[in-house]
Design a protein around this ligand. Sequence first.
Ligand code: PEP
Ligand code: MG
Length: 885
Amino acid sequence: DRQVYTFGGGVKHDDPRAKDKVITGGKGANLAEMAGIGLPVPPGFTITTEECVKYLAEGGDFSDQLRADVAEALTHIETTVGKTFGNPADPLLVSVRSGARVSMPGMMDTVLNLGLNDETVEGLAATSGDDRFAWDSYRRFVQMYSDVVLGVEHHLFEEALEIAKEDNGYLNDVEMSADDWRRIVKEYKGIVSAELGREFPQDVHEQLWGAIQAVFDSWDSDRAKVYRRLNDIPGDWGTAVNVQAMVFGNMGDTSATGVAFTRDPATGEKAYYGEWLVNAQGEDVVAGIRTPQYLTRAARERAGAKPLSMEEAMPEAYAELAAVFELLEKHYRDMQDIEFTVQQNKLWMLQTRSGKRTAKAALKMAVDMVEEGLIDEATAIKRVDPMALDQLLHPTLDPKAPRDVLGKGLPASPGAASGVIVLDADTAEKRAEMGEAVVLVRVETSPEDIHGMHAAKGILTARGGMTSHAAVVARGMGRPCVSGASGLSIDMKSRTLRMGTRELKEGDLITLDGATGEIMAGEVPTIEPELAGDFATLMEWADRHRRMKVRTNAETPADCRMARQFGAEGIGLCRTEHMFFDAGRISAVRQMILAEDEAGRRAALAKLLPEQRADFQAIFEVMAGLPVTIRLLDPPLHEFLPHGDAEFAELSETIGIGVDTLKRRADELHEFNPMLGHRGCRLGITFPEIYEMQARAIFEAACDVAAASGEAIVPEVMIPLVATRRELQILKKVVDDAAAKVFAEQGRTLDYLVGTMIELPRAALMAGEIAEEAKFFSFGTNDLTQTTLGVSRDDAARFLSPYVEKGIYPRDPFVSLDIEGVGQLVQLGAERGRATYAGIKLGICGEHGGDPASIAFCETVGLDYVSASPYRVPIARLAAAQAAL
Ligand code: PEP
Ligand code: MG
């Protein structure tokens, strides 16, 4: 296979490798493509990524074959341009740029103006008729080459230039004359020989091979490695090298350089968008030395800016550029991000690629392009990153607003929230009732904080990971949350908190960015989400293309309603324990837990029955016609216990049992490892009357709502933390008996299903047997991850990020399913369950049900549905469609 591909100057390749990003990199492939469709591309050649991989693996010298191929390709440039590399009379200059398979902005190296030396600079001066331009180009080259290829520190050159300007009393580079630049070049070369003990290379071929080598080496630079890790880019791809004839945007006022997008990358609007600078080279736009100008007249007028747009200042070159925009969009069928140069009124294209865009712009462009007939629905669905929808569903911080960042935690639940700091749930509720916007700040949250979390605009915790209580509950409620902010300490005595060096007190304003995890002092302005229009259109398309259903994890009527608005097709998980914390009923719950015997428990449960029935009625009403999975009580009982003397005294008063007795019972309930303790179905096995009450409440509510609404209500009763078939068998009987009793009393029956969560490894392994008792499985991948990895979901935040940084797990396994490991258990559970009962309904209700990569996996396993927190429902709809396409 060839390792060097030429482009421009009318070359035609039959070899598909020339335009294959994998081989010639993104930049090289697109340059070849642009040249192929007849666009003005300066001629050049690309050395493949394969050559880079080989070079990095074998090290040492380049092969004779490569040297011969490069020499031949260089001749191609020379004949096309009519100049010769190294010719003192009329030299060819080239740029040398990296170009990986995907763009890694600014991560690797570029050298411009290569081919200049003490002789060719004179030739450039003569042919361009511009001494100053030639010497400025030479000094730019010496500086760039020395920095990138020779490893001489950049600042040494900057300092020399600063001193020269000072000595001359200049403020700006433009004041430098040809002679000034000539002196600077001399000084720069002196710096190089002083630093390296050898002269700056005058041989242009040595320059070229040095630059090629530097580009290859830059693939393994520290910053490139970090970038790859952050963006999941494999280290074995390598980069291509693009060598291309230089064109100059800095040849006076008929020359210019710029970057442009074929549509607005921020809003998606179909309008050219870009910046340009007259008489400048590419780095000048990027480096921000001069302020770039607007590309179009409309944009300039809208901004009320004075300096002429390119459309006005260079109408001909602009018209040519606009025609190129149209052509490129039609060709690539996507918004393009373009770099161009105008050399003495002649337009040259230096790069094109699919442009990065905001979520809003992605959505608008995808929908617009389908309407324009540019792409089909399936392509539109694939174009939008599901996670980016998050940005659209919540109010977000105004990106233009200044931020006074105090610290950072995990981006546990998206959206932006500003409010006064409050340090406990009761205060949060009180101050919110007074109409204040509050942000609840806790070391960590527990189920008892729910009312405060609900009252708060946002939640910040010092501990806990992405599936900590705070994170799960906040996502469910759609509250922005930053969790595990390890730099945060709270002093409850003085009611102050400390972040880094800053101290704040309760009542001070802060702002959370749940999308980035940033915590800011004061209030940062926000912008509201837009759910109609393009969003609704794309969602409708997604629904047409997906196979899996999307349900929601919700337990309040308000959340259920919101989830339905977001398109939820049922409830996949209603966690009943959250209902036990309501102010009106917690004392009955405590009475039940602390009771000495079954009779005592039953007395307390009788008080809870009407409350639970009302809970379920409200949910069935909102979800009428849709499946509702209700999970019976799951958490360890001691989570509901009173805290502190005051609460014990209050409870003692309410239920008429002495404080000492209560405290003794509470002590008896203490567990060393409650997450593996007396929880889940183990509660049902030991205290069946609890599940009996819950089942009765479910069936009574279902009968009531079915009678009143005429809709079919099909409750799905779910037993948590099952490990064995026998557990499920015993508890299924409790549920069936309750159903039979209620149906007899009410004189009506309805369909219902009893099923189980698969959230322990044993349950997945024994799924074949368990399926004999279950009508459905719901994979509880939070606990399944916790128990398979042996990693506590509530403590993971402290050590999991180094794990991810070191690549031990590719991503936080509580956020994105460990497909390799935990995924096997899901796969196995599904297969074994289906082998026993082909019609078994399979779903997932762990946090992974809202994660696109995990959803794609669920599609491959053939699950019937995923269930996600309400705000994740649209994300899941889109991800499920992408997975099915
Ligand atoms: C799970 O374990 O995945 C699950 C959904 O249940 P919970 O998060 O309530 O333990
Ligand atoms: Mg669980």
